[in-house]
Design a protein around this ligand. Sequence first.
Ligand code: CO8
Length: 260
Amino acid sequence: MEKQYVHYHIEEGIAIVTIDNQPALNALNAPTLNQLDKTFDDLTKNQEVKGVIITGAGEKSFVAGADISEFLQIKGNEAPGFMARGQKIFNKIEAFDRPVIAAVNGFALGGGNELAMCCDICIAAENAIFGQPEVNLGLIPGYGGTQRLPRLIGPGKAKEIIFADERINAQEALRTGLVQRVVPKGQAVEEAKKLLKKILSKGPVAIKMAKKAINEGLKFSLSEGLNLEAQCNGICFGTEDKDEGAKAFLEKRPANFKGK
Ligand code: CO8
């Protein structure tokens, strides 16, 4: 039987997905990527799941990148296919129709940083280290780092990180906007749960539409993005939750959203 490198459990509607390839600091080997892909297929079908947290096993590493021990076998003409496979999985995580939080508990290097950047929000433990060290291997980032990093933190800072393998700690990641919260070591998953519970207390269709408007709108011009925002809010206005939200406000009570 294949070793399980990705496992998850569900707590109060939150799926906690753990990448567990510990002797190799949770590096993403081929089976890990396949299992991550399958996990998100399962979570997509499971309507009990309202939100997801992705973390790494142990305290030392979130994910230390793609598995370098597999690189010697990969030839130049095969590499784009490997890259496309990883990018497709990361795109699936980014487009997951419920909120996804990265709880980064140590090294987030190469594919690890790229995985964290696919998540909606990133919470880092204070021992977290972020970087894109591919140039040390004579490579460039291949799971989205050259595209998502400059979009998140600007091209100059992204080039400093990618060209020079400048690794940044949790506080600097917070300053640059790569992460949204920094918590003491060992607390990232707990903080992610706390934030996700707050998000899940809101209207589920509204959260889904806000995610769609932000993610898809970033690819558009401002006017196209504004049009998308109006369309997405049109969907929200058509829900029972919109009436419940307005009534709850007027009746000075908490809203009881149904997600429809
Ligand atoms: N792949 C494979 N094994 C790894 C990786 C990795 N990315 N990172 C760590 N390991 C292994 C080490 O080889 C070591 O194994 P062993 O105990 O058998 O010798 C074990 O994990 C522990 O690592 P270290 O002893 O090195 O631990 P340190 O605390 O001294 O250092 C570091 C930790 C700084 C994280 C260090 O391990 C390191 O620099 N790792 C490599 C980080 C890296 O370069 N990541 C980027 C990889 S490339 C990438 O992600 C994208 C490529 C493009 C896509 C490719 C498509 C196929």
